[in-house]
Design a binder for this molecule. Structure first.
Ligand code: F6R
Length: 605
């Protein structure tokens, strides 16, 4: 993964590089580094850990220089320490890299055979040393171009040169790279968000392209080094802010924003007076859709799985779901009448982007459900359905998950109606119920104090289980995913009916088991499965929207969420699980917004 930034300016750049790196920390936070050019010398500073540490180093020993590059790392090759932190510099050049050089071992061997020495264990250092070699006979742009030809894998690169002190070169293959423009200052960055405080004028490099920036101009080159022109886009303004405000963490702020983000999302798609959904221009005639295939990773995959139950319930269309990293390597039989939907908060997830590319190569029309509308996945899709959640900074996805669910549900209703799978009365009923969702979410959030009590049950637990049936099953998966990523406590999400086929063996006295039991057609079955857990000593934490169910002595803790409609219960059941993961993480003193080993945007395979 990793995040890169480069600034060419008429004034010192280190402070702006640090500020951008803070915004890029969602891409990695193992280590950080910066290199600037001062008096024709590459001045490199690095630290292990967070950008804050780098800032302290710069505070004590400032780095001057009107040109510079910076990096936040999510380790792939070599442990996260200062030596492996980027930039990787030689006498002549300094390089920051996001991606993976797949043939780095081979290149290392060749360079070592020539007597060239390596300082780090990273794949990136081969780029530094290849460019350094090429510079002996070539100018910077040609040297980079020749180096790129030798590389396999994915990269976004930012490079500065000791003897060419006014330029930065950027290059892209696989990993995203944005270019920003301002007066007497130009930028490269892993995303537009990192540049947003400095400019709203952006271009994006496509695969194989390079750019050369000075403070006054930017030139672009294609994969044959032919000069090209690029469109300049103006970034959209977004209501939600990128600071924590009154909240202790971004995650809790984002959880509390959900009544508003879901409301905005509904308002974007639903015509309030006509009770109609404004989704038009389907890439495939809705009547002719043969199958829907939903693809995503992690939390986005869980939203695909939830939507599968909705599409199956309301439409006559067959539905498949897939994890993007599996989809991209399967021997698929593509069908132009299938609707392939890619779900991603960031729109930059490498596996999801690659899966989408495969569809494109097979002449398949693609649809994406994304949060970041300037992202690679959104730009490469034929049809984009934004979730309008606003920027999500907490590494654990919360409001984007609800946004994905809301958009997929809206799409499902629209498809069911235009295909005449449901009649107008049913359609209007569901649209009317949908509008009740933001208030119901608000009510769920009010149960935070109870969830806090529930969280205490997990402090000394060895593990935990989350059970649900039907559309509550993906929510069980999502609850378990949130808990493990935030509190490092083992958690398994399971379809409740599957317990007896193995996982029941895990149940022992006092093991916390969250049971999701909304008042749907699975309710009685779920209760029976719960009894099997109780009989084996499991400590039941019961979440339902059933007003009638009285909580008996076998249930350690019960929580009620509001009920609107059975189809919408997965959305409401999510809220207590997000808050639970948050409070368990707080009790265990974990870094809520930046859990260990993770990153917000997963731009490597
Ligand atoms: C979990 C989480 C991840 C992401 C996954 C996909 O809380 O955030 O599982 O959902 O990495 O990311 P996007 O949605 O950006 O493609």
């Amino acid at each position: 993964m990793c995040g890169i930034i480069g600034i060419a300016s008429n004034k010192p750049v280190s402070i702006n590089i640090i500020n951008s790196l803070k915004k890029l920390e969602y891409r990695g936070y193992d280590s950080a580094g910066i290199a600037t050019l001062t008096d024709n010398t590459i001045n490199e500073k690095k630290c292990s850990g967070r950008v804050e540490e780098l800032e302290k180093i710069l505070f004590k020993t400032p780095s001057n220089g009107n040109i510079g590059i910076g990096h936040v790392r999510w380790a792939t090759h070599g442990v996260p320490n200062i030596t492996n932190a980027h930039p990787h510099s030689s006498e002549q050049v300094s390089v920051v890299h996001n991606g993976i050089i797949e043939n780095s071992d081979e290149i290392k061997k060749e360079l070592k055979a020539k007597g060239i020495k390596f300082k780090s264990q990273t794949d990136t250092e081969v780029v530094t040393l290849l460019i350094t070699e090429a510079l002996k006979e070539n100018k910077p742009l040609e040297s980079v171009f020749k180096t790129l030809k030798k590389l396999k894998g994915s990269f976004a690169l930012g490079i500065i040169f000791k003897n060419f002190s006014n330029i930065i070169i950027g290059a892209r293959r696989g990993s995203p790279l944005a270019v920003g423009y301002s007066k007497e200052e130009n930028y490269i960055g892993s995303d537009s968000y990192a540049l947003k405080s400095m400019t709203n004028k952006i271009s994006y490099l496509e695969d194989g392209e390079l750019c050369l920036l000075t403070k006054d101009e930017v030139s672009f080159y294609d994969e044959r080094l032919k000069k090209i022109n690029k469109k300049i886009l103006t970034l959209s303004e977004n209501g939600s802010s990128a600071d924590k405000g009154e909240y202790k963490h971004f995650m809790v702020k984002e959880i509390f924003e959900q009544p508003d983000t879901v409301k905005e999302c509904i308002e974007e798609y639903v015509d309030s007076s006509k009770k109609n959904i404004n989704i038009l221009n389907f890439p495939i005639d809705p009547q002719k859709i043969n199958k829907i295939i939903l693809i995503g990773c992690g939390t986005a995959y869980n939203s695909c799985l939830t939507a599968k139950y909705w599409f199956e319930e309301l439409t006559s269309i067959d539905v498949e779901i897939d994890i993007a990293s599996e989809f991209r390597y399967r021997n698929l039989k593509f069908n132009a009448k299938n609707l392939y939907i890619f779900v991603s908060q960031s729109g930059e997830t490498a596996d999801t982007a690659a899966a989408l590319d495969i569809c494109k190569k097979n002449n398949i029309k693609t649809c994406s459900v994304v949060n970041v509308i300037e992202s690679t996945i959104a730009r490469n899709s034929d049809w984009v359905l934004p979730i309008h959640a606003g920027i999500e900074i907490g590494v654990a996805s919360t409001k984007a998950f609800l946004g994905q669910l809301t958009v997929l549900y809206i799409l499902c209703l629209k498809l069911a109606f235009v295909r005449k799978d449901i009649d107008e009365k049913t359609y209007v009923k569901h649209v009317t119920n949908l509008k009740k969702l933001p208030d119901a979410i608000k009510k769920c959030i009010k149960s935070e104090n109870n969830v806090q009590l529930m969280a205490k049950e997990f402090i000394s637990a060895k593990g935990s289980m989350f059970l649900g049936r039907g559309p509550s099953f993906p929510i069980a998966l999502e609850g378990a995913l949130k808990l493990k990523e935030l509190s490092y406590l083992h958690a398994e999400g399971y379809p409740a009916g599957e317990m007896k086929h193995g996982p029941l063996a895990l149940i022992e006295e006092g093991l916390p088991v969250i049971v999701l039991a909304p008042m749907d057609k699975y309710f009685e079955k779920t209760i029976s499965n719960m009894q099997e857990v109780i009989a084996r000593g499991g400590k039941i934490l019961f979440i339902t929207d059933n007003k009638k169910e009285s909580l008996n002595e076998n249930i350690r803790f019960g929580l009620r969420v509001p009920h609107i409609d059975n189809l919408l219960s997965p959305i409401l059941l999510t809220l207590p699980l997000q808050m639970l993961a948050y409070h368990v993480a707080l009790l265990k003193n974990c870094d809520v917004d930046k859990p260990r080993n993770l990153a917000k945007s997963v731009t490597v395979e």
